[in-house]
Design a protein around this ligand. Structure first.
Ligand code: NAP
Length: 242
């Protein structure tokens, strides 16, 4: 039986992916801060699920992750879904720095813990949900887009180092467009996708061991054109979603 650990599986995309892996017959380790959702997941799937309260911003997060892996009896795939993000047109400092704490410091803390676990084990697969928001600096959400860009670069660097060292660890950077989850907090967004549909595409990308997966095709086209816009023009564009 295969085992996946999903950090940030108490809501939105991570929760939908967790349900799909349970349906596939995998053992699923779910983690996050929301105790009541974790208890509900364990109560309704006692055979296939192990849970762990875990805050990626806390120093004990790696230790808690290892505890979850022990309860699960091992880990073949790790999926990092924990993340926060807000539009911040007033540049409120706590939003900018809080986003860095979770999406950069918390992200690195977890990916490092998992990398060293897989290094010791001799194999494994690290998948993370970053975003298409990392493609360009977004004026409406500076810290969110910058932290997602960090995640994109980090996964690229990690994959290169893994190959340089000849390790049997796979890396998948998943970049969805807008998904209808609590993260977007009821704003109006174009081409909004259902989390159930995005979760299916994520499972496919992990199965196929893709290096990078932009979800879905509309966003693949958007990202292609975004990349071609020169900075001179980009900084003069009014990109707002509500
Ligand atoms: N929604 C979109 O449009 C969209 C698009 C592209 C990428 N993404 C990315 O997809 C990921 C999942 O987002 P979502 O849309 O599914 O949002 P969501 O419904 O708000 O889920 C976020 C998840 O992250 C967890 N989390 C947040 N802070 C955490 C912390 N400090 N420690 C542990 N877990 C933490 C939350 O769990 P707890 O609250 O229980 O801790 C929750 O399970 C994020 O990285 C987001 O940037 C989202």
């Amino acid at each position: 039986m295969k085992r996946i650990v999903i950090v940030g599986a108490t809501s939105g995309i991570g929760l939908e992916v967790a349900k799909l892996y349970m349906a596939k017959g995998w053992k699923v380790g779910v983690a996050g801060r929301n105790v009541s959702v974790l208890e509900w997941l364990k109560a309704s799937n006692s055979e296939s699920v192990e849970t762990q309260v875990l805050d990626v911003c806390r120093e004990d997060a790696a230790q808690r992750l290892n505890g979850l892996v022990k309860k699960l009896g091992g880990m073949d795939v790790y999926l990092h879904c924990a993340g926060i993000g807000k539009q911040n047109m007033d540049l409120e400092e706590s939003i900018e720095t809080g986003t860095v704490q979770t999406n950069v410091a918390g992200f690195v803390r977890m990916v490092m813990a998992v990398f060293h676990f897989f290094e010791k084990q001799g194999s494994g697969h690290i998948a993370v949900i970053s975003s298409i928001a990392g493609t360009k600096g977004l004026g409406a959400a500076p810290s969110y887009s910058a932290t997602k860009c960090f995640q994109n670069s980090y996964m690229e660097a990690l994959e290169q180092q893994i190959r340089m060292r000849g390790l049997d660890i796979r890396v998948t950077d998943i970049r969805p467009g807008f998904v209808d989850t609590p993260l977007l907090q009821g704003g109006t967004y174009p081409a909004l996708m259902r989390p159930e549909k995005v979760a299916k595409a994520i499972v496919r990308a992990i199965d196929r061991k893709k290096s990078v997966a932009v979800i879905d095709w509309k966003y693949r086209i958007l990202v292609f054109f975004w990349r071609m816009i020169p900075r001179y023009l980009w900084v003069r564009m009014n990109i707002r979603t509500r």
